[in-house]
Design a protein around this ligand. Structure first.
Ligand code: CO
Length: 149
């Protein structure tokens, strides 16, 4: 495994829409392993493809609920809302209040291309929504609200 450089805000790659993954070989596994290691080293709970310079629909999320690798993820259902502060490894030093669903259902592929569906809530749901936004060039502060909003 190897650490990858994290792309920082204002780099135009963070604003691009990512393409779907179609190759499920060793290269994808290495990418996911590197992303996981990079996320841990940076003390984050999630990291998405564009943040390591790749316009691919991949993300990793790790919370108390477990470690998840999302390839071509799609949010298929959501319920409830949660309002709270979040940050981003690409936007160091900034946190904003963002409203996210409390519960989400996500359909995705694993590193071998096998389809999976998961139901997530709380911080894990927040992190997955944040990472899936990255795949469409959306950053968390685009959705910032005032704390009393
Ligand atoms: Co982020």
């Amino acid at each position: 495994m190897a650490l990858r450089d994290i792309v920082k805000d204002k780099d135009p790659i963070l604003r691009k829409k990512c393409r779907e993954v179609t190759d499920f070989g060793a290269k994808l596994s290495k990418l996911l392993d590197d992303m996981h290691e990079t996320m841990i080293a940076a003390d984050g709970v999630g990291l998405a493809g564009p943040q390591v310079g790749l316009l691919l629909r991949v993300a990793v999320v790790e919370t108390d609920d477990g470690y998840f690798e999302l390839v071509n993820p799609v949010r298929t259902a959501e319920s409830g809302t949660q309002k709270g502060y979040e940050g981003c490894l690409s936007v160091p030093g900034r946190s904003e209040c963002v409203i996210r669903p409390m519960n989400v259902t996500v359909r995705y592929l694993d590193r071998h291309g096998k389809q999976r569906t998961g139901e997530f809530s709380g911080l894990t749901a927040r992190a997955m929504c944040h990472e899936m936004d990255h795949l469409d060039g959306i950053l968390f502060y685009d959705k910032a609200v005032r704390e009393d909003e």
